[in-house]
Design a protein around this ligand. Structure first.
Ligand code: CAA
Ligand code: NAD
Length: 305
């Protein structure tokens, strides 16, 4: 490990400007922490309306961070918010937004065709040295890298929701990812205050490969009527030290997101057919078909608004 980090540090470039594509839940969090830690950031989304909402969301989150970080010095807190906001610009023109950037982090909708189209366009527009990374939860990074001519400058940066709070960042490397690129991604992760772990490009990397089967087993427990949602959550919080119970977590992350991984576009049930942990759940599918997606729609397994 030591040998690799020595040899790979040669030629690695410091990331100064970051372009985050997608200003949704994850993209706005990523843009926020990058700006918060001194990077110049451009956040891209499809319309000014969406970007205005992303900025409002960031401001709300920043004020929570400022309140905590500068508890005894509100003026310093105000400065911190202003400085961070100053470093953050927005753009609806993807090509324009990558003209002078060192790192592009893609956090758009989890759809392989749309992501590939985006990356292929970016490949023509961005400078040679620019590193590309995807925040995908469940799609293979290699399928995204192949729509570019820079697999050596391509990797995964998998953040967790809520981005400003969760300390972990998974850095995914392909066999083609160069040592210098990988080191730049790790350095960037540390610069934005995360603890990084290295993962290969296998389904779910580390966290979701373990978290998804665990959550699906909790849903099946509920489905069989073996325990109530409340009891499953209390059991795992108090009995196993989780900050959220598994059913509560599905409501938080989104029922559609979980379905998407199991038997939606990512189809882990098909890519791992011998593993019953990835079997679809009728209860989950029924709630999704009724539009009950959890926190984002106000109704899910436990949430009833
Ligand atoms: N921005 C800034 N700060 C925030 C925040 C945000 N969006 N959300 C919460 N916080 C801060 C709060 O200000 C609060 O700070 P203090 O402790 O200083 O008061 C702290 O975080 C805790 O928040 P709350 O008191 O509101 O609530 P909580 O204690 O219940 O924590 C939680 C909320 C952080 C979401 C916590 O329950 C948690 O960590 N849950 C687990 C989330 C998780 O597992 N995420 C991973 C999902 S999987 C994934 O993301 C991968 C994927 O590919 C799908
Ligand atoms: P989201 O729906 O909140 O945001 C996606 C944003 O991308 C939207 O604002 C949409 O307008 C924008 N967008 C779509 N196509 C675009 C394009 N071509 N150009 C520019 N913007 C475009 O989704 P999210 O939850 O932020 O997820 C984004 C990515 O992060 C997905 O790949 C997802 O798998 C991954 N992820 C999600 C979570 C989570 O808990 N939600 C956690 C880790 C990773």
């Amino acid at each position: 490990v030591l040998k690799r980090s020595f040899s790979s540090s040669a030629g690695r470039a410091a990331i100064k400007h970051v372009t985050v594509i997608g200003g949704g839940l994850m993209g706005s969090g990523i843009a926020q922490i990058a700006a918060q830690t001194g990077h110049d950031v451009t956040m891209v989304d499809m319309s000014e309306d969406i970007l205005a909402k992303s900025k409002a969301y960031i401001e709300q989150s920043l004020s929570r961070v400022a309140r905590k970080k500068y508890k005894d010095d509100p003026e310093a807190g105000e400065n911190f918010m202003q400085e961070t906001t100053r470093r953050l610009s927005t753009n609806t023109d993807t090509r324009d937004a990558v003209q002078n950037t060192d790192l592009v982090i893609e956090a758009i909708i989890e759809n392989i065709d749309i992501k590939q189209k985006l990356f292929s366009g970016l490949d023509n527009a961005a400078p040679q040295h620019t590193i590309f990374a995807s925040n995908t939860s469940s799609l293979p990074i290699k399928d995204l890298a192949k729509s570019t001519s820079r697999a050596d400058r391509f990797g995964g940066l998998h953040f967790f929701n809520p981005v400003p709070v969760i300390k972990l960042l998974e850095v995914i490397r392909l066999p083609e990812t160069s040592d210098a690129t990988f080191q730049s991604l790790v350095d960037f992760g540390q610069a934005v205050g995360k603890t990084t772990v290295e993962a290969k490009d296998t389904p779910g990397f580390i966290v979701n490969r373990l978290l998804v089967p665990y959550i699906m087993e909790a849903v099946r427990l509920l489905e069989r009527g073996d325990a109530s949602a409340r009891d499953i959550d209390v059991a795992m919080k108090l009995g196993a030290g989780y900050s959220m119970g598994p059913i509560e977590l599905v409501d938080y992350v989104g029922l559609d997101t979980l379905k998407f991984v199991i038997d939606g576009e990512s189809r882990w049930n098909e890519s791992m057919p011998d593993n019953p942990l990835f079997n679809p759940s009728p209860m989950l599918n029924k709630l999704v078909s009724e539009g009950k997606l959890g926190l984002k729609t106000g109704e899910g397994f436990e949430i009833r608004m």
